[in-house]
Design a protein around this ligand. Sequence first.
Ligand code: SF4
Length: 339
Amino acid sequence: MTSPTGKRVLLAAPRGYCAGVDRAVIAVEKALEHYGAPVYVRKEIVHNKYVVESLSDKGAVFVNETDEVPEGARVVFSAHGVSPAVHEAAAERNLQTIDATCPLVTKVHKEAVRFAADDYDILLIGHEGHEEVEGTAGEAPDHVQIVNSPDDAVNVTVRDPEKVVWISQTTLSVDETMETVDRLRERFPTLQNPPSDDICYATQNRQVAVKKLAPECELVIVVGSANSSNSVRLVEVALNAGADASYRIDRAQEMDESWLDGVTTVGVTSGASVPEILVNDVLAYLAERGYGDVQEVRTATEDLMFSLPKELRADLKAAGNAPARPRRENRTSLSVEPV
Ligand code: SF4
């Protein structure tokens, strides 16, 4: 319903859970149901505090490295992927692994392996220290250099400027990545592109939706955790696209009343690892403050789903449990009007 004050929310769509996150979270839930607690998980299964806390409550035990997992126990690898060295370390301890690496991250790993086999210098655009980047770089440590930002392009040195390829982390800003590529190409004109987009469909779609609504918003709220790369990027995208202000919050309790001073239109979106319940809490908070008119700004429809990790599928099948299809999480419980 339109507010007499003109106050409204523009709700980005797509937002929230992507196919890779949905699959990884369900993998841990199914593993807990099927094998019983504890199920160990190396690193945060996805970068979201609420999800990690919820799974911990159900019996998941999050560890930093495989040497914290008891010999022979079951461990799930997170959606961000792991390097071959992690697989080897797990095998040495006879761990039973369930690999929940997102298939779109695995695709980038395979690119790194293939270009390394052809002896390319591989420029991996991504954030040093991010788990996904560590995993991808670990596929070909002798061939990969990490390029953190456009400014970092000047620091790159290669063996043969004619044999250089770039690949990237899946959750980067599309615009900033292309700026980095342009800078690299100034230095290496024959720089080869990856065979297909490495920045995944979910990251791109969420950025496109925010770009569309941000120019109309005095404030854009991004629900997502601080270590979620794609969530942090959404704040940057919102500001670059014209929002007067943008804040990332983990949950509605972190909203600050003063952010709403003089604000008529609030944009709301969420990162790819964020369950919709957290967005609904923010919408409820806003509705209580006069922003009950929620209009959806949809720029794409997503129907991609990935099947569960093969190790888990096989065990569920052997036990006569039909493997569950990952569910779609990006629904809202509030009625919204498309614009
Ligand atoms: S953000 Fe993209 S790459 Fe990461 S888990 Fe989701 S679909 Fe996979």
